[in-house]
Design a protein around this ligand. Structure first.
Ligand SMILES: C[S@@+](CC[C@H](N)C(=O)[O-])C[C@H]1O[C@@H](n2cnc3c(N)ncnc32)[C@H](O)[C@@H]1O
Length: 437
């Protein structure tokens, strides 16, 4: 689940039905005394989705009976995760997204545009019936100037709008058909969008694609290898955890190290999402990695590094040592945080390094100055946060640490060597000035 998802707490269906009367006939009290609806009933599912669209987003929705009825809580997780990624890595005033396989509901563009007023979408589908309904849903919510629905061909490029558009995109998103065949659908334990006893109205075109989701996303990856920075982030949802290792192998084969993996758990449904970028903006670990032990070996490397200073007397002393050390590193400039979301913290600073002047090789003059090809770009941007917390409830000891977060750069070694160099210098400086316990 995404921590900002308001549906992490189960809804009070009685209250929902009071606010959205068409839901009333579907609500009943179950054996535990809680109000609920019958998730096996397609009309009940549809009415719930319509109710949440109306009450929580002010949107109206027309869904056909023979296409997927998307559960809002599950779909919202993906939108919120993209919102985090965009906030941290995209500076543009207008955000442009591509929703691949938007479905009859056009749920992702509609939800996203109602939450983020600067976002615009191109939304594609190969299914004429879904395209017609998607266009209707966009129009009835007066979003035609922000969401452009386009029919594409099944045998054409999946990223068609990127190939033809003159504009760059900030992200692509996709909830692909998960399965490779009808047998794959019936075999799959993942077939429980609304829980194991739920009904699914998905048509074959929505559920099945040759080779399943891995092949579908691998096709997107292969097209992205040509398009590269035409889009900042290429992403997709995945219905099977087993697809992730295959896709990460592809990334590694093509030396794409800037990738992210997340997991969404909503009720009984578990989904994953994966993303990759050919640009240098990096995503904090909170949004780029998950702690699932099965996926440990294929997680992207850490972009957030903790360096502990157990001897430092306070975070203020540590912050002042940090500033003194940074001033002495040539080519480094420091600004206060530009306050991106979670690091909106007074003790967070943003460091820009024009070139690598701190590594041992650079200091011995053996390193050709690594300046970015684009002279205006730093070789490294990272944020540094000073933290202080009580390390023990009983002794009341203070533990201080620096949290380095890689914000931008091509070379991981430059980021890691910078954090080691700074930490080493701070430790020496704390000792020299007797600022340790
Ligand atoms: C699982 S459904 C997702 C629908 C909707 N986005 C949702 O989350 O409820 C997959 C969608 O992808 C569409 N699709 C399949 N192949 C496609 C392709 N090559 N390009 C665009 N859409 C495709 C299907 O028609 C279907 O609408």
């Amino acid at each position: 689940m995404h921590p900002r998802n308001p549906y992490n707490k189960p809804p009070d269906f009685t209250e929902l039905a009071r606010r959205y009367p068409p839901l009333r006939p579907y609500v009943f009290i179950n054996h535990t005394g809680s109000s609920t609806i019958n998730f096996k009933s397609l009309p009940a599912q549809k009415c719930l989705t319509e109710a949440l669209f109306r009450l929580d987003y002010g949107l109206s929705l027309t869904l056909p009976d023979d296409r997927l009825c998307p559960p809002v809580p599950n779909r919202l997780n993906y939108v919120l995760w993209l919102q985090d990624i965009v906030k941290f890595t995209c500076g543009s005033a207008t955000v442009r997204g591509l929703d691949i396989g938007t479905g009859a509901s056009a749920i992702y563009p509609l939800l996203a545009c109602s939450i983020e007023h600067t976002w615009n979408f191109v939304a594609t589908d190969i299914d004429e019936r879904s395209v017609q309904f998607a266009k209707q849903n966009v129009s009835q919510n007066s979003m035609d100037n922000r969401i452009f629905v386009e029919r594409v061909q099944a045998d054409g490029p999946i990223l068609q709008p990127l190939h033809t558009s003159l504009m760059n995109f900030d992200f692509t998103m996709c909830n692909p058909p998960f399965y490779s065949s009808a047998e794959d659908v019936s075999r799959s334990a993942e077939f429980k969008e609304f829980g194991p006893n739920a009904v699914c109205s998905g048509a074959e075109v929505e559920m099945i694609t040759p080779g399943g989701e891995t092949s579908f996303v691998a096709r997107i990856f292969s097209e992205s290898l040509q398009l590269r920075t035409k889009c900042r982030w290429y992403t997709s949802m995945l219905g099977k955890m087993s697809s992730i290792p295959d896709l990460v192998s592809l990334f590694r084969e093509h030396s794409v190290d800037n990738y992210v993996i997340t997991e969404f758990v909503q009720g009984q449904t578990r989904r994953w999402a994966i993303g990759w970028s050919f640009q240098d903006a990096r995503v904090p670990d909170t949004f780029a990695r998950v702690s699932n032990p099965t996926l440990r070996n294929i997680m992207p490397s850490r972009n957030t590094l903790h360096h502990a200073f157990p001897g430092a007397r306070s975070a203020n002393i540590l912050a002042s040592a940090l500033r003194n050390v940074l001033v002495l590193i040539s080519g480094v400039t420091v600004t206060s945080s530009a306050t991106p979301a979670i690091y909106d913290h007074s003790s967070t600073i943003l460091v820009h390094a024009r070139s690598n002047t701190w590594s041992r090789a650079a200091r011995r003059g053996k390193l050709q100055e690594t300046v970015c090809a684009d002279q205006d770009l730093p070789v490294l941007r990272c944020s540094v946060e000073c933290r202080q917390h009580s390390s023990s409830y009983t002794s009341g000891d203070i533990a201080c640490e620096l949290l380095f977060t890689w914000v931008e750069g091509k070379d991981r070694l430059i980021f890691e060597s910078f954090t080691s160099h700074v930490s080493h210098k701070i430790t020496s400086s704390l000792k020299e000035f007797g600022d340790v316990k």
